[in-house]
Design a protein around this ligand. Structure first.
Ligand SMILES: [Zn+2]
Length: 387
């Protein structure tokens, strides 16, 4: 056992952060002088706010000089970003922001590894959810284009989606809530989707895949699961006997639904059956959008291309929304690329960084700096010495 006094502690981490920022590029957001900044320490993510910066150099010197582990900035633009209280800032407008986080999703893997650990499946699931938000909602239902949308990896376990289009900047909190409710499926009315449900002897008419908004989404989602097979149907909450029956008659069912007829095969208590499935779809498409961020125009959110003090990864700005498909945070958001550190680690699961597997660990080992920082900041390792 090494003498604990000889271990590398938080000063070592602070030095890495300071060195990183001394040469960091692209850390200034657009309209920087109109934004409020907040900075944190390892205990509190936003310990001080109402700060403003005039230039990237000023920001860089501050972050490097103070070894700041968390820096956030407003999605709002202000005339006086350092003014206080909030009313004195002179609000000019706010981007529309969505915050998606894997801990808001009910994932099977989380039951195995707990909430503090993040695995490949967590990251892939929240990426899928972000793709769904953009390509199933923001573009088709709200008419935004890819160029209106900026996607940032959060630096830990999710993504932030910003819309900067002129038409959203002036939206008030109530309108922002309406948008997030729509995306979350809050307030959906089953009777509106299936107007003949519950009427004896009537054909069950329902949404067609070509319909706009939620209606089309419900029809398209069901058909894509139907075509994907019995397992996909089961994942929608359909028991296997019924899933098998539906899958055998899939051509007939698909033809019906394309014409708005959801009654092509006999289903006992059909209205209840479909309602159950749709309720599940709504939950699976929603519940994951952090409504506070979207609704609160004064919220501070992680500054892109800066370090997340809980992982040592960058809160990385993606080139455009399409980049999501190939973005791998455990490779593309690595900040501390140089050096090797001997660590004493205790992990029950592996991590994959820059394409290499690390762990599970129970003892001393030499690892790249970024692995050492990640495990240390997560509380899974002690830093022994540079090697
Ligand atoms: Zn997981």
């Amino acid at each position: 056992m090494p003498d604990p006094k000889e271990e590398l502690g938080i000063e070592f981490v602070n030095k890495q952060i300071s060195d990183y920022y001394s040469t960091a590029k692209y850390i200034a957001p657009d309209r920087m002088s109109e934004r409020e900044f907040g900075v944190g320490n390892f205990e509190t993510k936003i310990a001080r706010r109402h700060i403003s910066f005039k230039s990237e150099n000023e920001l860089r010197n501050y972050l490097s000089g103070n070894s700041v582990p968390y820096v956030s900035c407003s999605a709002a633009y202000y005339k006086y970003p350092d003014g206080r209280p909030m009313e004195n800032k002179g609000w000019l407008g706010s981007e529309l922001v969505f915050d998606l986080d894997s801990t808001d999703m009910d994932l099977v893997c989380q039951r195995a590894h707990g909430r503090s650990w993040v695995c490949k499946n967590c990251l892939n699931s929240v990426k899928g959810e972000t793709i769904k938000l953009i390509y199933d909602f923001l573009i088709p239902d709200f008419g935004f284009s890819e160029s209106d949308i900026q996607v940032n990896f959060s630096g830990s376990r999710g993504y932030h989606v910003h819309i900067k289009k002129e038409s959203v900047l002036q939206l008030d909190a109530a309108s922002r809530r309406e948008i997030s409710n729509y995306i979350s499926g809050i307030g959906m009315d089953f009777q509106e989707f299936f107007p003949t449900a519950g009427q004896r002897g009537m054909m069950l008419s329902g949404p067609r895949p070509s319909d706009k908004g939620w209606k089309g989404k419900i029809a398209r989602n069901f058909l894509s699961n139907l075509n994907a097979g019995i397992d996909s149907l089961s994942s929608m909450g359909i028991d296997r006997t019924m899933a098998t029956k539906l899958y055998r008659k899939k051509s007939l069912i698909e033809m019906g639904i394309r014409n708005g007829n959801w009654d092509m095969v006999y289903i006992k208590n059909k209205a209840d059956f479909w309602k159950g499935i749709i309720d599940r779809q709504a939950v699976s498409q929603s519940d994951k959008i952090d409504k506070n961020v979207t609704n609160d125009p004064s919220h501070l959110i992680r500054l892109p291309n800066t370090i997340h003090g809980g992982t040592g990864l960058l809160a990385k700005r993606l080139g455009d929304a399409k980049d999501l498909y190939r973005f791998d945070p455990m490779k593309d958001a690595i900040a501390f690329k140089k050096g090797q550190v001997r660590i004493s680690a205790n992990t029950n699961f592996e991590i994959v960084m820059a394409g290499q597997r690390y762990g599970p660990y129970g003892g001393e080992i030499n690892v790249p700096m970024y692995v050492a920082m990640y495990l240390f900041l997560k509380g899974n390792a002690r830093l022994l010495r540079e090697v």
